[in-house]
Structure formats: C-alpha cells, structure tokens
Design a protein. Structure first.
Length: 267
C-alpha cells in the first residue's frame, strides 16, 4: 500500500510551563500543506526502510504495532529533514495507518492515536483530517473550522539548521517564556473564534519558540501572515493570491529553498 505523507505548518505555537512528565504545555494550530513524501508499506519477513536510511521514527512506529512479521517500507522524500515541517512525524503516521490496514485485525482509531502519541508530539495530528488545535503536550486534538483558500510559501533558509528540541525548550525556560500561559492560551482561542477569512489568521499569536527575520521579509513582500513553523528553521508566508506568492518566492530564492503550495485537508 502506498500513501501521501504531507508536511505541516504551525499557524500558532503557544508554549507554557513544564509538565510533570517533563514535557511542556502546548497550544498549537496544525495545518497540513500540499507538499509531502510518499510512503509504501508491505508485509515482509524483516523490517527494512529504503529511500531514507537515516530514519528511526518509522521503524519505531512499525514496532509499536506488534505485528508477527516485519515490513518493507520505501520513503520517497520531498519534505526537507529537520525543518520544522513534520516530515518524520508524517511518515510515521502514514506507515501506522497503512500497516494497520494490512493487519488481520486492524487496531481501532483510538488505539492508533495512543500509539502515535507515544511516538511523537506531532504524529497523532497526521492521523486526523483537517486543521487541528493540539493541546496538552500537543497530542490532544480538537478539529478547527479554518479557511483553506490561501497560498503558502515555504522558505528553508540557507545555512540554518534546527537546534536540538531540548536546547530550544531550555532556551525558552531560561527566558521565562512560560509566564502568562493561561492568558496567552485564552488569547489564542479568542483569535481562533474570530477567524472567518484567510486574513483573519493574521490575528493568531506568534510562535513562542522561534522567530526569524525571514518572516519579516515575507510580510514585507505581501504575506498577510508569516512565521516560523515549529522550532524551525523553515518559515512560511500566507498569501491571498498565487501570483503574489510566486513574486515573493522569486525574491526569496537568494535566501534559501522555496516551495509554493496550498493547504491540504487530509493525507
């Protein structure tokens, strides 16, 4: 079986205090985009993953199913690695879904969600349709009714790499970023309640974990919203018209790799 593994952007990322399990409270708006990997999965004697030899998360996802056999996986990689666009998490969710469908007794959706949550914060989102609000550690999902008629410019800046997740959160804690958590979450929910048209997404709060001058440049180029996705380094800009996104993309190509895409509802 073969299926798409789309990328995601975080239209908002509000971070709070550290939880008892060592993770942080999160409130994040997940949105798929129509840029993605393709993943093929079929039963085999032993598990193998071709196409992306550095993978570990897909193997972990398959092991969690507890199948009496292995799996043969091929990943056609399109999402840039360690970019903040969720490529590994999307691959893991896709293999969970495809492999589960090939089991003699497929697991129910609730159990698949539990397995996904154990694998990674973003993984459960890729099992759900449409934009979602992730809360708790990011794995508790609420569907959102958001406009989807906009164009997305993705920019992966030259020479920038994603720091370790541990370092990103350590920096957040060191600057007291958790202050005002409840008020900031309330502000996010209020902003979401007011979203009717694409440009209303501009009222969502900025990413608490990372910021980038490239987002400022995309806004200057006409994006009605621009921010870092996840912990970065990828930056997105939202545009009303494809022509405007392409114009901004041509201007941005000197700063890094550029993709022009659109929202996607499901995998």
């Amino acid at each position: 079986m073969t299926g798409p593994a789309p990328a995601k952007i975080n239209l908002a990322l509000v971070v709070g205090p550290r939880r008892g399990d060592g993770k942080h409270e999160l409130a994040t708006v997940f949105q798929r985009v129509d840029l993605g990997d393709r993943v093929s999965v079929e039963p085999a004697e032993q598990t193998s993953v071709d196409g992306f030899p550095e993978d570990t998360i897909v193997r972990a996802a398959l092991a969690s199913l507890g199948a009496p056999h292995g799996w043969r996986v091929y990943i056609e990689k399109k999402i840039p690695v360690a970019s903040g666009l969720g490529g590994g998490s999307s691959d893991a969710a896709t293999v969970l879904r495809l492999a589960n469908a090939q089991l003699a007794e497929p697991l129910p959706a609730e159990r698949l969600h539990e397995l996904a949550a154990d694998i990674g914060t973003d993984v459960p989102f890729f099992l759900a349709d449409g934009p979602q609000l992730g809360t708790g550690d990011g794995t508790a999902l609420e569907p959102l009714d958001l406009p989807q008629d906009f164009v997305v410019l993705l920019l992966l800046p030259n020479g920038e790499t994603k720091p370790s997740t541990a370092q990103v959160y350590a920096d957040f804690d060191a600057r007291g970023g958790e202050q005002g958590w409840e008020e900031r979450v309330a502000a996010l929910r209020a902003a979401l309640a007011g979203v009717r048209r694409p440009r209303d997404l501009a009222a969502l709060p900025a990413n608490d974990l990372a910021h980038s001058p490239h987002a400022d440049a995309l806004r200057a180029a006409g994006a009605f919203r621009a921010d870092v996705s996840g912990a970065g380094p990828a930056v997105y800009g939202l545009f009303h018209r494809r022509a405007d996104a392409h114009r901004a993309g041509r201007a941005a190509r000197g700063r890094g790799s550029v993709w022009i895409t659109i929202p996607a509802w499901y995998g």
